[in-house]
Design a protein around this ligand. Structure first.
Ligand code: NDP
Ligand SMILES: O=CC(=O)O
Length: 305
C-alpha cells in the first residue's frame, strides 16, 4: 500500500517510520523540508509540497500541530486541495476541533461547488490518536476515526500497523470530540497529580513515596494510580521534560475541549483550572517541553506565598 504523509513532528516521524518498517511505500512532506531527510534514510520518497504528495498517492495522512496548521495544509498554496480529486482519500490524524475537521471534510467531499474546487470529490476521514511518542514508535496508538466508512475500512491495514485498537465513531467531528474529551481528562489528571507531588514536597513528605503508593508496579496499580503517573512521575521528579507530548499541544487541547463544553452548555471548572495552569506554564517558557512540565508551574506558583 502506498501512502502520503504530511507532518513529521514527534508523532508524524514515528508513525511514518513505522509504516515504512512494515512494508508501506511512503511519500513524506514537512513544512521544514530538511526533516524529511531522516525518513529518506528509512526508505521514504519526498514530495516538495502537500499537493505533490496528494498527486502521487491515493491515500494521504496528515499529522499536524493544530487547527491553523491543518487548515493551511489543505487550503494554502500548493495545498492538498489542489490535487485532491475523485477517489483520493485524505486522513487527518491531527488533534483538532470538530469545526476544523468539518471544514476540511466539506471541501474534500464537495463536488463542483465553486470554480476553485471543481476538481474536488475526494474522501475524508478524521482519525486522531491517543498515545504518545513511545506508543507511536511501537505501533500502539488508539485511533479514533470518523467520517467516510469505506475509507476507514481501506485504511485498516495502515491503522493496524500504527495502532493497537481503532474505533469508528460515525460522522465527522465525533473523532475530534472524543479525542478532546480524552485529553481534557489527561490534562486535568496531570494537574491534580502535580499538585499532589508539590503538596507532598511542601509538607515534608516524600514525593517518591507518594508515587510508590499510587503506583505499585509489583502489585499492579493502586486505585488512584494510572499508567500516566507510572510513566511520568519518576521523570517529573528528575525535572526531565524531554518532550513526548509538548505542553503547548496539551494546552491547545484543553482550550478546544473547554470550547466544546461551552458549545454544549457544560461548565467544566476543573478543566478550566487545569487550562490556566498550562497557560501559566507556557508563560514560563515551558511550551515546548513535555506536558508534565506543568509540575514546574504548579511548584513555582506555590513559591509566591
Ligand atoms: N506528541 C504526542 O504525544 C501526541 C500528539 N498528538 C497530536 O498530534 C499532532 C502532532 O503532534 P506532535 O507530532 O507532537 O507535534 P510537533 O510539534 O512535534 O509537530 C508538529 C508538526 O506540525 C507541523 N506544522 C506546524 N505548523 C504548521 C503549519 N502552519 N503548516 C504546516 N505544517 C505545520 C510541524 O512542521 P515543522 O517541522 O515545520 O515545524 C510539524 O511537522 C498534534 O495535533 C498533537 O496534539 C496526538 C497524540 C499524541
Ligand atoms: O494527545 C496526547 C496523547 O498522549 O494522547
Amino acid at each position: 500500500m502506498e501512502v502520503g504523509f504530511l507532518g513529521l513532528g514527534i508523532m508524524g516521524k514515528a508513525m511514518a517510520v513505522n509504516l515504512l518498517r512494515n512494508g508501506f511505500k511512503v511519500t513524506v512532506w514537512n513544512r521544514t523540508l530538511s526533516k524529511c531527510e531522516e525518513l529518506v534514510e528509512h526508505g521514504a520518497s519526498v514530495g516538495e509540497t502537500p499537493a505533490a504528495v496528494v498527486k502521487k498517492c491515493k491515500y494521504t495522512i496528515a499529522m499536524l500541530s493544530d487547527p491553523p496548521a491543518a487548515i493551511s495544509v489543505v487550503f494554502g498554496k500548493d495545498s492538498v486541495l489542489e490535487q485532491l480529486c475523485e477517489g483520493k482519500g485524505y486522513i487527518d490524524m491531527s488533534t483538532v476541533d470538530a469545526d476544523t475537521s468539518s471544514k476540511i471534510s466539506k471541501v474534500a467531499q464537495a463536488t463542483a461547488v465553486s470554480t476553485a474546487i471543481t476538481e474536488v470529490g475526494g474522501r475524508f476521514l478524521e482519525a486522531p490518536v491517543s498515545g504518545s511518542k513511545k506508543p507511536a514508535e511501537d505501533g500502539q496508538l488508539i485511533i479514533l476515526a470518523a467520517g467516510d466508512k469505506a475509507l476507514y475500512e481501506e485504511m485498516l491495514p495502515a491503522f493496524s500497523v500504527l495502532g493497537k485498537k481503532d474505533f469508528f465513531l460515525g460522522e465527522v467531528g465525533n473523532g475530534a470530540k472524543m479525542k478532546l474529551i480524552v485529553n481534557m481528562i489527561m490534562g486535568s489528571t496531570m494537574n491534580a497529580f502535580s499538585e499532589g507531588l508539590a503538596l507532598a514536597g511542601r509538607t515534608g513528605l516524600s514525593p517518591e513515596t507518594l508515587i510508590e503508593m499510587l503506583v505499585k508496579e509489583e502489585e499492579g496499580l493502586g486505585a488512584v494510580g494510572n499508567p500516566m503517573i507510572m510513566m511520568k512521575g519518576p521523570t517529573m521528579l528528575k525535572s526531565n521534560y524531554s518532550p513526548a507530548f509538548p505542553l503547548k499541544h496539551q494546552q491547545k487541547d484543553m482550550r478546544l475541549a473547554l470550547a466544546l463544553g461551552e458549545e454544549n452548555g457544560l461548565a467544566m471548572p476543573v478543566a478550566a483550572a487545569a487550562n490556566e495552569a498550562f497557560i501559566r506554564a507556557k508563560s514560563l517558557g515551558l511550551g515546548d517541553q513535555d506536558f508534565s512540565a506543568v509540575y514546574e508551574a504548579v511548584k513555582a506558583e506555590g513559591l509566591k506565598q
